[in-house]
Design a protein around this ligand. Structure first.
Ligand code: NPG
Length: 368
């Protein structure tokens, strides 16, 4: 496949409600989309970098810059391109996994559309629906939290993840357990605790949580392994896992009993599948993380989450949990499950007039 051009498009999508974590609050998604143009058809990708570099070092303006000035020139210089070849073609540029993921996703979409294969089949999906989970941000009060969790459970979500931080952990978890009984519950700290907080984290053992996600900073692998020796609750790593190699190492040290896989954090869906394979060989369950994706990223995440090792519900919710109007037809909850797209490529089409209406900038970068 020859790449003839790539469109970089920024879209402004207000969230239905602000999403607050220990890293900050998001009320609008300033998403960066790529449209891959080839003589055989087009493909779409999404860069999930956030407005500020608070989750990882990537952020949307930086991703836009690295795509425009460093990644696209290398990709456009390839005489022939395959999705497998995107990673190697961009390897000279260090880091920037979310920007690289967007390009690989777009090329995968174009290539699979041209060959009539769905991304789910291409990755090796084992199911056609995926259990939906929901991530609940930090709330301003326990009653507000209980109200939000109650609405999601009424909607049919099968697993609830609560954001925690020092000062907002045991009491909200206790309140949710008391009100909602044995609902599948897990907590996510986004690295907000320090190794000295072990005694406080041990108090969470009383609530039969599925897992505690990323209690310490991304590079604190030894501290996570040490914490695991003092907790009954399994430790899941998110920010620490940046590749299949880092997943293998984290598992070997005892730092991770469960892994959250986010394709954008590991540089693409093909590396995400390799993370899945490493975890499956080690008997470590995985689940699919989310970053408030539009329908494009959601479609790709559903394909990934259909792989056999994804045995826990992920942060994959229906479109209306995020956006009043999405740029693709909405994903809807059916008895607590979401359908895995089956059509070729990502299996979803952007809605032209919706995308135009929320576009804040667009630039076409050509091959000459
Ligand atoms: O459902 O997409 C979703 C949100 C899930 O909590 C969620 N994502 O720390 O995993 C996270 C968090 C996040 C959101 C991280 C946005 C980075 C950006």
């Amino acid at each position: 496949m020859k790449l003839t051009g790539v469109e970089l498009r920024r879209v402004h999508l207000p969230l239905v409600a602000p999403f607050r974590t220990g890293l900050g609050e998001t009320s609008v998604r300033d998403a960066l989309l790529v449209r891959i143009l080839t003589p055989d058809g087009e493909g779409w990708g999404e860069c999930t970098a956030m407005t500020e570099p608070t989750y990882t070092s990537e952020y949307v303006d930086g991703a836009h810059h690295v795509l425009r000035h460093h990644l696209l020139p290398r990709l456009l210089a390839q005489p022939e391109l395959t999705a497998e070849g995107v990673g190697p073609a961009l390897a000279a540029v260090m880091g920037h996994p979310m920007a690289k993921c967007a390009l690989e996703m777009g090329v995968l979409d174009a290539e699979l559309r041209a060959t009539g294969v769905s991304l789910a089949d291409h990755l090796g999906a084992a199911r056609d629906t995926v259990e939906a989970g929901v991530a609940v941000g930090l709330a301003s009060s326990i009653p507000e939290l209980l109200d939000t969790v109650g609405r999601y459970l009424d909607a049919g979500y099968r697993r609830v993840k609560l954001k925690i931080q020092p000062g907002w952990d045991v009491e909200p978890v206790r309140a949710v357990r008391e009100r909602f009984g044995d609902v599948a519950l897990h907590v996510d700290a986004n690295g907000g605790y320090r190794p000295g907080d072990t005694q406080q984290l041990r108090r969470l053992d009383a609530f039969a949580l599925l897992m505690i996600e990323q209690p310490f900073a991304a590079d604190e692998l030894a501290a996570h392994a040490e914490l695991a020796r003092h907790l009954h609750t399994p430790i899941c790593l998110d920010e620490s896992i940046t590749s299949a190699a880092s997943a293998a190492f984290a598992i070997s040290t005892g730092a991770a009993a469960i892994v959250n896989i986010k394709a954008p954090r590991v540089g693409g869906y093909l590396e995400a599948r390799r993370v899945h394979d490493v975890c499956a060989r080690a008997g470590v369950p995985v689940w699919c993380g989310g970053m408030l994706e539009t329908g494009l990223g959601r479609a790709a995440n559903l394909a990934l989450a259909a792989l056999p090792g994804f045995t826990l519900p992920g942060d994959l919710s229906a479109s209306d949990r995020y956006y009043r109007t999405d740029i693709t037809p909405p994903f809807v909850l059916r008895n607590g499950y979401l359908d895995v797209p089956t059509r070729p490529g990502l299996g979803v089409d952007v809605i032209g007039d919706v995308v135009e209406a929320c576009t804040t900038s667009v630039e076409l970068v050509g091959s000459d």
